[in-house]
Design a protein around this ligand. Sequence first.
Ligand SMILES: [Zn+2]
Length: 458
Amino acid sequence: MKRIHLQGGTVVNSGSSVVADVLIEDGCVVAIGKNLVVEDAEAIDCAGRYVMPGGVDVHTHLDAPMMNTKTADDFASGTRAAAVGGTTTIVDFALQAKGQKLEDALNGWHQKAIDKCAIDYGFHVAITDLYDGAIADIEGLVRSGVTSMKIYMAYKGAIMLDDGEMYEVLRESGRLGAKTCVHAENGDVIDRISANLVASGKTGPENHALSRPPATEVEAVNRAIAVSRIADAPIYFVHLSTGGATEAVAEAQLNGWPVAGETCTHYLTLGPDLYDLPDFEAAKAVLTPPLRDSNHQEALWRGLNNGTLGIVSSDHCPFCFVGQKDLGRHDFRAIPNGGAGIEDRMRVMYGTGVAGGRISLEQFVALTSTNPAKSFGMFPTKGFVGIGADADIIVLDPAATTHISAATQHQALDYNLWEGWTLPGAITHVFSRGELIASNGRFVGREGHGNYLARSAV
Ligand SMILES: [Zn+2]
């Protein structure tokens, strides 16, 4: 029976912080208190450091086929990178292929992940093809612990659902107590703008942002909220990038409607200047929706602060610059859409958010861990340093710094959008169910440690 005694750190949860010891036994937290007297335990001095719940990242795409290629991280490299970055739970999107049964899509994702993960993992199922009987098959997913679906309002002819199909998924998921996650962009309009740009010779990667103006997101968010009201179902917006979308969510919440939204690390911290990079390098920032200007960034930070947006995810969807992004060298529409950040999310949010004076420590924990665990049926096992919870814990030294570089990252990627950034704060220890899996930027865990999480309806 292994016992670990975290001594004298500041234990931070989403609601409070207190200087205390934490005792871990058999993978769980069994005691929290001042100056615990413990025998036969490995003691770790946490004085001056923060002891916090490990990160919960509910938006990742590992080993996922997309746009004639597949994402660069599989479940081994992706969860290793997550671990080093302080994330101890992910919920990944199992993507239904055309004509594939929902259950088969889910089973396919189980096969990709089993025996590979360094951290615990769950799945959403992204519904892209409503075959006869698909709606009735949602119930089987929910029974197996997949309590959230995803649908796309963009990528017409590939994975987009129309409004009627969106209505059906919302209604059935709502009836079952499951959540519908929505990628909200007006796919029809975006396809027209994109075609017009290419027809006028504008084929470079910088045109990606022009093809998806802010209003394409705002319109889709408002439309989806209206459809969710007709379906009488809760709705959750992934990767919101604009002030207008944040306002639409806030207004719905004021009406008392079950409307929620997340944003992502990159929308808060990176701007459209990356689309000015020369020599096709702008393709590195071709992700969807695109990066927005500082007015939108400020609106998103405000949304986090006033509670409109409750979750910050990575939307980790990595494609290498060489060999993948360059599939679209002659037409930006063929550039695989996606950025990386499963390893960077916690450090960037701490460094820019907490150390940058934009959010409190407790808000940091809420946004990166507790709220996602609560919203997706994993709390209080995850997202909480408390007695009986899984000992998924990070120790963060606020006096140290973290340097981000592609040369040292664990993501299987040949670039990093935060290249060269040095951020206040460093995660010194990462525990998953009481096992040390990362230490000072080094991975010390093992493939196959991670367990599948059957999630409850919320
Ligand atoms: Zn995504």
